[in-house]
Design a protein around this ligand. Structure first.
Ligand SMILES: [Zn+2]
Length: 326
């Protein structure tokens, strides 16, 4: 008789897209399916869309509900004791006990965690953090999220909110952050910050001769980190100046975590990190200013490996871990 692979379903719930897939306990990803979240249509509609996405993945892969081990969910925002709280991008979603709602619809084990926590777990089990004992992951995208693994276990804090690295203050009374505080890391090193800082340079005298200005045809709403970094790699002064700021504050935050936790691995992921060595190399150069050499020498700084499938993979891993399978 053929031995059956065991599968879980991973559901990565984003602001605009629900990504759903089958995940094996070895981290294989199968049958990825994307559908709209339609967050603007309210909570019931979102829950219904998620339910349909799961059913379609089952049908497309000729599986029945009892063939899967469970379902894992990842969502942006703070999850306090299983209930989603404080998600400014999905207001209709606030107050939703996602796992409990889904358990009522699908009678299989359901688990939920913050999306960056999930991606960190995926990198720890199957990706760049495989074999690590203590690791910190930075997800540098629209905002900046973080995840922690301590002594080989996901560390979620007393209420499930640990890892909000993006809102650590790096400049007292500095740039305004989306969270309402000033001087957060996210206000200096995220996509939104890169775009804002670049626009400020471009509207100054110095910016007019920048390649970025040319690349967006003078339309500052078209600035993206990809354009900024493509120009920086060609030696553009504005692009390089923005990268200096991005890397300085990431190095400050990473250095603080190295000194606090003595981790063996720091993983850098998220859309901004697609720029690659120009960021990681520069952070490595700056780290000696912000971290103790004995701990820094014993910590590797590496790019994330799993890319866009980290979310769904981690959702599956969450199921297998909670069921004691991995
Ligand atoms: Zn903030």
């Amino acid at each position: 008789m053929e031995t059956k692979k065991s599968w879980a379903i991973g559901v990565d719930i984003g602001g605009t897209t629900i990504k759903c897939a089958l995940i094996s306990e070895h981290g294989d990803v199968k049958g990825v399916r994307r559908s709209p979240t339609e967050a603007n249509l309210g909570r019931e509609k979102m829950l219904n869309n998620i339910k349909n996405a799961i059913n379609e993945v089952l049908v497309e892969n000729e599986l029945r509900l009892h063939d899967i081990e469970g379902i894992g969910f990842g969502t942006p925002g703070l999850i306090v004791d299983g209930v989603l709280e404080g998600n400014p991008n999905l207001p209709a979603w606030n107050g939703t006990p996602i796992a409990a709602e889904m358990k009522a619809r699908f009678d299989v084990p359901c688990f939920v965690a913050n999306d960056v926590t999930i991606a960190t777990f995926a990198e720890f089990i199957y990706g760049a953090g495989k074999g690590a004992k203590n690791l910190v992951m930075f997800a540098v995208g629209t905002g900046i999220g973080g995840g922690l693994v301590i002594n080989g276990q996901l560390f979620e804090g007393s209420n499930g909110m640990a890892g909000e690295i993006g809102h650590v203050t790096v400049v007292p009374d500095g740039r305004v952050c989306g969270c309402g505080q000033k001087g957060c890391l996210e206000a200096y090193s995220s996509t939104l910050a890169i775009n804002a800082m670049t626009r400020e340079y471009l509207t100054s005298m110095r910016g007019k001769s920048s390649k970025i200005y040319e690349a967006v045809g003078g339309d500052l709403s078209k600035v993206t980190p990809r354009i900024v970094y493509d120009c920086a790699k060609e030696g553009d002064e504005v692009g390089l100046a923005v990268n200096e700021t991005v890397c300085t504050y990431l190095a400050v935050a990473i250095g603080g975590l190295i000194n606090t936790l003595n981790p063996d691995t720091i993983i850098l992921g998220g859309g901004v990190m697609e720029a690659g060595e120009i960021i990681i190399g520069n952070i490595k150069k700056k780290l000696p200013l912000y971290s103790h050499f004995m701990m820094r020498e014993r910590c590797r700084l590496v790019p994330a490996l799993l890319g866009e499938n980290a979310g769904v993979t981690g959702c599956g891993a969450l199921v297998f871990r909670n069921l004691g399978r991995i």
